[in-house]
Design a protein around this ligand. Structure first.
Ligand SMILES: Nc1ncnc2c1ncn2[C@@H]1O[C@H](COP(=O)(O)OP(=O)(O)OP(=O)(O)O)[C@@H](O)[C@H]1O
Ligand SMILES: [Mg+2]
Length: 416
C-alpha cells in the first residue's frame, strides 16, 4: 500500500503566525516602536515648559493676582485663534495659584469648566457647584430652575466667604447654550458679584471665536471684558521649538527626521500658527510610520498624516448632515457642475428611489447654501443673459470619500 506523504509545516508561533489578528498583535509586541509616550501627544497634556508665552503668562497672572491678597480680580477675557496656548496657559496658572492657596488656606476657589463639554446650561452650573463642594442633595443634577441653581451657588460663596474664580473655556459655546434657554443668564452671571455680600466672584472667559464679542449683549461685554488678553498666533519658528520639545519627550531618540519637523511646523504655521494642529500631525505621522514599521518619521509621513486628518474632517462633516442634505450631496456628485434646478431634478429622482417625500425647491435652494457653508460643495453665480442668474454647484471633495462615507448606510445602497 502506498503511503500518503505527510507534509510537515513548522510553525514557529512567535515569528510566523498566520492568524491575521495574532500577526498584528505580534508586530505590536515585537515590532518597531517610535512613540514612547502617547499621552504626551494628547491635547490635554501639560508640558513643563511653555514656550514663547512669557508675556501672556505674566498678564494672566497679574490679572488674577489680587485673589492672593484676598481682593477681587477683574473679570477677564482671553482671546486668540485655535491652538495658541490659551487653555494651557490659563490652566497652568490656575494650578500654580492653587498650590499657593493650599499652603496658605485662604478661602479661595478656582474652578474650571469647558462649555463645549456641557450639553446644557444647567449642567454647566452644576459642574461649577460640584467643584464648590455642593453635593447632589444640596444641588440636584436636574429638576431645579436655572435661577434657583444660581442662587445656591451664590449662597455657598457668600456663606463660606469664598473668593471664587470661574474659568469658562470655549465661552462662545456657553453663549449658545444660553441662547437656547432664552434667559438673560449671562447678564445675571456677570453681575453676580453685586449680589454677593461677603464673598466675591470673578469670571475668566476663554474663546477662539473672534466674532464672539460682537454677538454679546454690550452690557454683558462691558462686565465680562473688564480686562482682555489676546494670544497672538505662533510663527513657524515658534511652532518648531514647541515641536522639538514635545518630540524629545514623546518619541524615542532620533525617530523623527528634522526635515519632518520642519515640514510639520511649516504646515501648521501656514494654518494660523496652530500648535495643536502641529502636534496632531506629528502624532498621526508617528502612528503611520509605526504601522509601516519604519525606523523614523519622514516628510512623507507628515504629508500622509495631513491627508488623513483632512479626510477625517470631511467624513465627520458628511456624517453629521441630515438625510435630505445627504441626498443633495449625492445629487451634486452626479456631474462635475450642476445648476440648482438640475440638482433639484436629480434630488427628486433620488427621493423616489429611497422612498422619501421630496422637499420644495425653495427649501432645497436654502439647504444648498447651508451645505456650501461647510465647504463640501462650492457654488458660483452664472449669468444667463435674459434668463437671469443661476447658481452652479460642484463637489469640492473627491466623490470616493462621499461614496465610502455613505455606503455603510443602507438607505443609499441603490443610489451611490
Ligand atoms: N507655548 C507652548 N508650549 C508648549 N506647548 C504648547 C504651547 N502652546 C500650545 N501648546 C500645545 O498645543 C496644544 C494646543 O494648546 P491649547 O489647548 O492651549 O490651545 P488653545 O489656544 O486653548 O486652543 P483652542 O482655542 O482651540 O481651545 C496643546 O497640546 C498645548 O499643550
Ligand atoms: Mg482651548
Amino acid at each position: 500500500m502506498k503511503c500518503k506523504p505527510t507534509i510537515r509545516i513548522d510553525l514557529d508561533m512567535s515569528t510566523t503566525t498566520l492568524d491575521p489578528v495574532e500577526r498584528l498583535l505580534d508586530a505590536a509586541e515585537n515590532g518597531i516602536t517610535l512613540i514612547k509616550n502617547r499621552d504626551i501627544l494628547h491635547f490635554s497634556y501639560m508640558p513643563d515648559t511653555i514656550f514663547h508665552r512669557d508675556s501672556e503668562q505674566e498678564l494672566v497672572t497679574q490679572s488674577l493676582m489680587p485673589i492672593l491678597k484676598q481682593s477681587r480680580p477683574s473679570n477677564l477675557l482671553v482671546y486668540g485663534k485655535p491652538g495658541t496656548g490659551k487653555t494651557l496657559v490659563v490652566k497652568k496658572i490656575l494650578s500654580k495659584i492653587q498650590n499657593r492657596v493650599e499652603k496658605s488656606k485662604f478661602p479661595i476657589k478656582l474652578i474650571y469648566v469647558n462649555s463645549k463639554e456641557e450639553t446644557t446650561l444647567y449642567q454647566l452650573l452644576v459642574s461649577f457647584g460640584r467643584q464648590l463642594g455642593l453635593e447632589e442633595k444640596q444641588l440636584p443634577a436636574n429638576g431645579l430652575s436655572i435661577s434657583e441653581v444660581f442662587k445656591r451657588l451664590l449662597r455657598t460663596i457668600d456663606e463660606n466667604h469664598l473668593n471664587a474664580v470661574f474659568v469658562i473655556d470655549e465661552i462662545d459655546y456657553l453663549a449658545d447654550l444660553v441662547k437656547k434657554t432664552g434667559k438673560d443668564i449671562l447678564y445675571q452671571l456677570t453681575r453676580a458679584n453685586e449680589r454677593l455680600k461677603t464673598g466675591s466672584l470673578t469670571f475668566v472667559g476663554i474663546s477662539n471665536d473672534l466674532t464672539f464679542k460682537e454677538r454679546l449683549d454690550p452690557r454683558v461685554l462691558s462686565t465680562l471684558g473688564e480686562e482682555e488678553i489676546v494670544f497672538r498666533t505662533y510663527s513657524v519658528e515658534q511652532i518648531k521649538k514647541i515641536l522639538e520639545d514635545r518630540v524629545g519627550e514623546a518619541f524615542i531618540q532620533n525617530s523623527v527626521d528634522s526635515s519632518a519637523i520642519n515640514l510639520c511646523s511649516a504646515m501648521a504655521g501656514r494654518e494660523h500658527g496652530d500648535a495643536r494642529r502641529a502636534i496632531d500631525l506629528l502624532r498621526v505621522a508617528g502612528e503611520i510610520a509605526e504601522r509601516e514599521q519604519k525606523s523614523s518619521i519622514s516628510e512623507e509621513h507628515i504629508r500622509l498624516a495631513s491627508n488623513k486628518i483632512e479626510e477625517n474632517k470631511e467624513v465627520t462633516a458628511l456624517e453629521s448632515f441630515p438625510l435630505h442634505e445627504k441626498l443633495l450631496i449625492i445629487a451634486a456628485m452626479k456631474s462635475s457642475e450642476l445648476s440648482t434646478g438640475e440638482i433639484y431634478t436629480i434630488y427628486k429622482g433620488l427621493c423616489k428611489v429611497v422612498r422619501q417625500q421630496e422637499l420644495t425647491q425653495r427649501r432645497v435652494t436654502q439647504m444648498l447654501s447651508e451645505i456650501e457653508l461647510s465647504g463640501i460643495i462650492y457654488g458660483r453665480i452664472v449669468h444667463q443673459g435674459i434668463h437671469g442668474n443661476t447658481k452652479k454647484y460642484k463637489l469640492t471633495i473627491p466623490s470616493d470619500i462621499v461614496k465610502d462615507t455613505f455606503k455603510n448606510d443602507l438607505t443609499f445602497e441603490d443610489i451611490l
